[in-house]
Design a protein around this ligand. Structure first.
Ligand code: ATP
Length: 364
């Protein structure tokens, strides 16, 4: 099912002392989500991710703008009539019901022509349980399951209704690191095999990048960039997006451009033909540094961390915004990196320039 957001806006009005100013939680969000895609909504705490999900689910009403599921305008449709499957961070399973009863619960109250027999419900529960691979656990109570298994039950319960869209709000937050990794792959597999259009909220960039077809990066209610994860990583539209994506994070420097060259400190480190003279913010991905005896950027070497295939060179520079610069280079450079200084050449496609005031990208 295609989902369209049209100028979607949600304002929480000021409420005297408690909240002195209006909060624009979602600000003029327009986007068409193609049928069957998995969208990762990503951004720091308070950027409006959950509010966007609540607007889609019908739990909250937009201040202005519209939402369409396919061609249906669902903006004023109550949550229970939208055909949305919702999965939250806390799985909210009923502790006194078995796994199977938890899954069939949303089917129990169907009336009239939609009413299902016990056998039909059982068959549907078995089918989704197989899909999320909990078919061996149907008679257990939630307390007898691991966190990952409980989350699968919550997903099964959302899917059994054959929702038009599936909304996942930080579904992995309560899981430990290993289980998170495994469960996110599961979500991807389940989404692929059902083909249900899915919107997934997380503040974890790695999680969003690893499983989403498209990511939407938000800040202060405003969409900053939408694109395939690699595309957004490689071609960020502004400094916020560049710094939000990537581990280790992108290295940010104060720099300036003079006669088609980028200077960091006193060194001309890169050709930047076409960029007007003036101060800029330069950001360099960790994989953009190439150690080289005659390299153009000279940094103070602090330490080298060996990671097997790669090494992480930790250095410092007076023009860097952070205390340490982290670069990731091939282990074959290990012998070349020693002493008090390290010199780097820079890979041009890993260096991004931004306006010093606005943070907007300056292309070259
Ligand atoms: P988090 O990752 O912390 O859950 P988020 O990106 O999901 O954050 P939202 O919960 O959508 O952010 O909140 C966006 C903004 O709207 C925040 O500034 C928040 O304080 C505000 N907000 C959310 N719900 C309400 C509400 N019911 N009343 C007033 N303000 C609200």
């Amino acid at each position: 099912m295609k989902v369209t957001l049209q100028n979607l806006t949600k304002v929480f009005p000021a409420r005297g002392k408690k909240q002195q100013k209006d909060v624009i939680a979602v600000n003029d969000f327009t986007f068409e989500i193609a049928d069957g895609t998995l969208i990762g909504l990503l951004g720091p705490s308070g950027c409006g991710k959950s509010t966007t999900l609540h607007l889609l689910s019908g739990l909250q009403k937009p201040t202005s703008g519209k939402i369409f599921f396919g061609e249906d305008d669902v903006t004023d449709l109550p949550a229970e009539n939208r055909g949305v499957g919702l999965v939250f961070q806390n799985y909210a399973l009923y502790p006194h019901l078995t796994v199977k009863q938890n899954i069939t619960f949303p089917l129990e109250n169907r009336k009239g022509k939609d009413k299902l027999t016990k056998e039909q419900m059982s068959e549907m529960a078995n089918e989704v349980a197989r899909l999320v691979q909990i078919d061996g656990l149907l008679d257990r109570k939630p307390a007898e399951l691991s966190g990952g298994q409980q989350q699968r039950v919550a997903i099964a319960r959302a899917l059994v209704k054959q929702p038009r869209i599936l909304l996942l709000d930080e579904p992995l937050s309560n899981l430990d690191a290993r289980l998170r990794l495994q469960t996110r792959e599961e979500i991807r597999r389940i989404q692929r095999s059902t083909g249900v259009t899915t919107i997934f909220v997380t503040h974890d960039q790695e999680e969003a990048m690893s499983i989403s077809d498209l990511i939407v990066v938000m800040k202060d209610g405003v969409v900053q960039q939408i694109g395939a994860p690699q595309e957004v990583y490689d071609d960020p539209t502004n400094l916020f997006v560049a710094t939000f994506l990537g581990t280790p994070p992108i290295n940010v420097f104060d720099g300036y451009v003079q006669q088609g060259k980028l200077y960091i400190g006193t060194e001309a480190v890169l050709e930047t033909a076409g960029v007007p003279d003036g101060e800029v913010t330069a950001a360099i991905r960790p994989e953009g540094f190439v150690p080289c005896a005659e390299g153009r950027l000279t940094c103070r070497l602090e330490r080298v961390e060996v990671m097997g295939r790669d090494i992480s060179v930790v250095s410092a520079h007076d023009s860097a915004k952070a205390v340490s610069i982290r670069s990731i280079v091939g282990a074959e450079h290990l012998s070349a990196v020693s002493g008090a200084q390290v010199r780097f050449d820079l890979k041009p496609n890993k260096v991004h320039l931004f306006d010093k005031q606005t943070g907007a990208r300056i292309r070259f």
